[in-house]
Design a protein around this ligand. Sequence first.
Ligand code: BES
Ligand code: MN
Ligand code: ZN
Length: 513
Amino acid sequence: MTALTLSTSAAPGLRADAIVVGVAKVTGSTSGDLVVAPGAEAVDKAFDGRLADVLETLGASGGEGEVTKLPAPSGLKSPLVLAVGLGALPEKNASFSAETLRRAGGAAARALAGTGKAGFALPVEDAADAGAVAEGVLLGAYSFDAYKEIAKNGNGAKKGKAPLVEAVLLGAKPRDKAFKAAVERATAVSEELNRARDLVNTPPNDLDPEAFAAVAQAAAKEHGIKVQVLDEKALAKGGYGGILGVGAGSASAPRLVKLSYTSSKAKKHLAFVGKGITYDSGGISLKPAGHNETMKCDMSGAAAVFAAVVAAARLNLQVNVTGWLALAENMPSGSATRPGDVLRMYSGRTVEVLNTDAEGRLVLADAIAKASEDTPDAIVDVATLTGAMMMALGNRTFGIMSNDDAFRSAVHEAAEEVGEAAWPMPLPDHLRKGMDSPTADIANMGERYGGGLVAGLFLKEFVGEGITWAHLDIAGPAFNEQGPFGYTPKGGTGSAVRTLVRLAELTAAGDLG
Ligand code: BES
Ligand code: MN
Ligand code: ZN
């Protein structure tokens, strides 16, 4: 990953391959006037104060994420200046938002792939701004080329352009405690988030439940996290009918992984539960072509939970965090669960499987019921659960459902704080009867309309009595099939990692629940 350092030195004196500056649109201007953002005054000076004019001449608009490269004037020790658009200049006395800085850092870092060292002269006013730029840079520089053997230009060199090697945040105070802490936090969170992206992007033939569990085991060992892996035998002995039922058709057996991070100073306990379907073919209710090509992403919830627990450990948060990874591969075969089968779940309840493609709720139900036994202060599950949630909220926003309105709002606020788009969704009681089964306690499918809420209502039944719970349906934002934007790459995005980490931080600080 890109190495990040802080420096107080002025941009012109930095010997690097590029200097990044911010450019914004003047609010209320009809002529498309540009202004160079604070932090780049010395660079502008090297252009004789004409940098904004030069950028306008080059056709720059200052729009968010726009990147304009230009040769540096003689006053700079770096050969290239990269101007990144920040959007509209904030009102008088207001600053650029953390998310604007994060996205700008990300867009610039991505545009600098193949570059060695770059200085970032962006508008950093305080430690939080520095953390945001750092996070944007580290997340935006991400690339996944583990499976690229031949470069695009066919010159025989292995792999594409390497990510930016070194980023220097200019104007940040390297010895200031708050700046240092903000950048250390950004580094830990970004590194683990990028690891979650790697897991999501890894093809399903190389990441089955056993392989995922092994990755979790190794990381847990490295970071002093207690880990317990239940294999198919242990799952059978424990009565995990949901996880076993979903994994029954696969040549790769399912796993349930428990990661326990504990702090001696913890007063609260959070449980995170992740859907970890390493590939979702739909099972016997097979998905048609066109709907299964990206289904390696169906373990994004488990990847997010895994990353968040490791980040909590790296940040030494004063809260206990348990992560549950419900891992299975959903495949059709002679041993697969059929539509019509009844599964006896971990909780003892029975579920009639009407559609084997509604598998996420089955593995989650077992893991949520198990997580409830520790009576955590709250359970948050994360899952690429329904196409219906994508229909409702699009592909950049996840839905939040909960059995507690105040907690749902708290989760929403936490998401907004870290720059993740999320929206509260209801759990209407009347949708429950659609899941009534003539044979079992409940069916795994209900009404088609409001399918995301139906799935939420199903999960709610497996939450232990009196436990606060929230469900994040990340089916939309987990995997970006379009072009990269801001700090979000194509493919696995690491959705929900930052929200989970924020929830752990807020809980540690006693500001949640
Ligand atoms: N993994 C899918 C949901 C999904 C769809 C995630 C698209 C990401 C992108 C889930 O297991 C699924 O198949 N859900 C079904 C449920 C239905 C059969 C009740 C769906 O949403 O169609
Ligand atoms: Mn499915
Ligand atoms: Zn699925």
